[in-house]
Design a binder for this molecule. Sequence first.
Ligand SMILES: Cc1cc2nc3c(=O)[nH]c(=O)nc-3n(C[C@H](O)[C@H](O)[C@H](O)COP(=O)(O)OP(=O)(O)OC[C@H]3O[C@@H](n4cnc5c(N)ncnc54)[C@H](O)[C@@H]3O)c2cc1C
Length: 346
Amino acid sequence: MTPRLLIIGGGLAGTSLAWRLHERGVPFMIVDRDEPQTSSKVAAGLITPITGMRLVLNWRIATLYPEAATFYQQLEQELGRRFYHETAIVSLLLDDKAVEQWQKRQQQPEVQPYLNEASSLPLVDESIFTNPYGGFEQRGAWLDTAAFLAASQRYFQTLGCWQQAEFPFSESSGPIQWNGQIYTHAIFCIGWEAAKHPWFDWLPFRSGRGTVLKVKADTGGETRIINRGCWLLPRGDGTLRVGPTYEFNFDHPHHPSPAAVAGLETKLQALLKHPYEITGSQTGVRPIIQHRQALIGRHPARPNIAFMNGLGSKGVLRAPWLSRQLVEHLLDGKPIESELDLAGNF
Ligand SMILES: Cc1cc2nc3c(=O)[nH]c(=O)nc-3n(C[C@H](O)[C@H](O)[C@H](O)COP(=O)(O)OP(=O)(O)OC[C@H]3O[C@@H](n4cnc5c(N)ncnc54)[C@H](O)[C@@H]3O)c2cc1C
């Protein structure tokens, strides 16, 4: 039977999958609610190779990063829009312990490809940014996720393969039908809400609500991303984003707790020496599956149901590679590695 796939959810997961199917000439339909605030739309979109308190390399960075860069850059060409921005990221160290950690880490050969020789010292303008412990500059990128998703949606709509709708839950184990069409597979890319779906509620989701602030401040024309306790992203249009927050116990997906916002502001005040103004904020929920980098594959009891989820806080980096793995599995029968296989985690 010729494959024809229904993608439920048009965030970074569903949209990357759609592009992978489009590359292969396989027919598909995306069904998405088209909500104004989703994890994918509010994300800052950063790719930060050396990350976290322990300054470690991101999971499989050497494979995932070049694939992500090629994927987004080719789509910029195809769509005639700019949304992928390579940039330097300045990581300023927080304390003596971080300095010690970095002294060891910077010797390791695997981090070298991601380091920029600092063109001048000090790393940042210290009349603007607090920097008592120094730091380093790495080669990163950021994706304007909202622009990427909007351009993809427009493109797929013109081809008639993107629909705004709520896909209803059905217990039916028969063929997959949508709007009078039959599909060989349905791929659920529904983000954190999969935890509430009876087919996926056995997975150990521990999703995290996150907020990004829109900020006005004088940063002396700084164009790099500056990271110290929080990150500050100059978007090139005169606006700044600051984030993130993490909240694991929450009721509303789009209303951050005052405590979380206050915590982020405390970090921003510790970074910026000048006054700033908050002009807005956006909140979404990162889909996180405990102890997993992500899960893809077929449902263990329903082989015509597939899944791509758990991208956590790294969806921009991971979605292009994971979507290719899933498409090669569904179309070519290529096995999925056990640590990423949904069925293997049942
Ligand atoms: C504040 C914040 C900052 C972040 N910063 C970064 C960052 O800097 N770098 C990075 O890589 N990642 C970042 N992330 C994480 C990134 O956003 C996620 O990894 C990614 O968006 C997950 O994509 P997804 O497609 O799995 O989920 P989602 O974006 O949640 O997409 C799911 C889609 O499914 C739709 N849907 C759900 N149910 C249905 C249904 N029944 N019918 C139809 N449609 C449905 C939803 O409307 C939604 O559009 C951030 C996230 C947040 C919240």
